[in-house]
Design a protein around this ligand. Sequence first.
Ligand SMILES: Cc1cc2nc3c(=O)[nH]c(=O)nc-3n(C[C@H](O)[C@H](O)[C@H](O)COP(=O)(O)OP(=O)(O)OC[C@H]3O[C@@H](n4cnc5c(N)ncnc54)[C@H](O)[C@@H]3O)c2cc1C
Length: 313
Amino acid sequence: MNMLNKVWVLGETPESYAALIAVGRRIGESVEAVCIGDATVGAAQGAGADAVLVAASQGEGLVEDAAAAVIAAVGDHKPDAVLIATTKRMRLVAARIAAAQKTRVVNDAVRVWVEDGALLAEHMVFGGSAYSVEKVNGGPAIVLLSDGLLLNESLEGLSASDAAPEELPAVAAASGITLVEKKPRTIESVNLAAARRVISVGRGIESAEDLQIVDGLAQALEAETGCTRPIAEGLNLMSKERYIGVSGVMLKPDLFVAVGLSGQVQHMVGAVGAKTIVAINKDKNAPVFKQADYGIVGDFREIAPKLAAGLNA
Ligand SMILES: Cc1cc2nc3c(=O)[nH]c(=O)nc-3n(C[C@H](O)[C@H](O)[C@H](O)COP(=O)(O)OP(=O)(O)OC[C@H]3O[C@@H](n4cnc5c(N)ncnc54)[C@H](O)[C@@H]3O)c2cc1C
């Protein structure tokens, strides 16, 4: 028996539902969407949820306040698994559902499947240098799915359903915390995960002028530019949306060019899915060369312009 009977999916944004439902379809006979408020209902129907259950949003409350209604519904409807798209707030919701069910959350799953009626989930451990597999014996399995799993899930074969939204019985929020204000933050719109070619820069890059040199190569390669964590957090040379690795974005590009970065596991785990890795580093013993298909030893300030000129010729 390699399918569960009933899988629930739960996300914070409309964008997460198609991939959640696609994952649900691989492991469940029936896939039902749980939506917090109305904003995600259309996305759940559009992706073909077999049922759409709506927990009323709590006015000025927080997203996690809806957990109470979802907890009650999990007890009543008894899904075999609840697949949740990971966000900070959904981690709290997942923890509360799991606690109420006297189980725990399976975190940051990069792969889920079913064997003999039990859900198995793989997730990264030791900063991304190894994988661990957990088996949930007896339901419900409360699983937070990683961004990487959802981004790479094929949406082929999904078609809209006419499931009418069913309101879950309201349960008053018990937190006593209300939302006072929401302010927009200026964030850079970049979709590194979708880019086929990515250049990632590390602490070898020291200034805006250095970044311009790398930009020249990026333009010649038609590549997006990302970075290591210290470049985005600390040196602040690039935005946080651009850092790659275990705590940042996970990639599967055709080409990954590592420029002036040492190749620490926390960064490189974000690029292990790359088809080809090229490294440019002035230290011939830099660990990144062990992971690269092609390596160039030298100062990127000399090498990047030469490569760009060759590509543009
Ligand atoms: C819990 C935890 C989570 C983390 N998560 C992440 C994460 O998600 N992503 C991430 O990136 N990091 C993460 N880190 C940080 C990570 O461990 C490394 O510290 C970081 O990736 C190193 O960045 P770097 O390669 O840019 O810098 P360094 O390790 O300092 O390497 C700089 C490299 O540049 C080379 N260089 C210098 N000048 C030049 C030049 N002119 N030309 C060519 N090469 C040159 C040097 O030889 C050196 O190899 C995490 C750390 C922890 C503890």
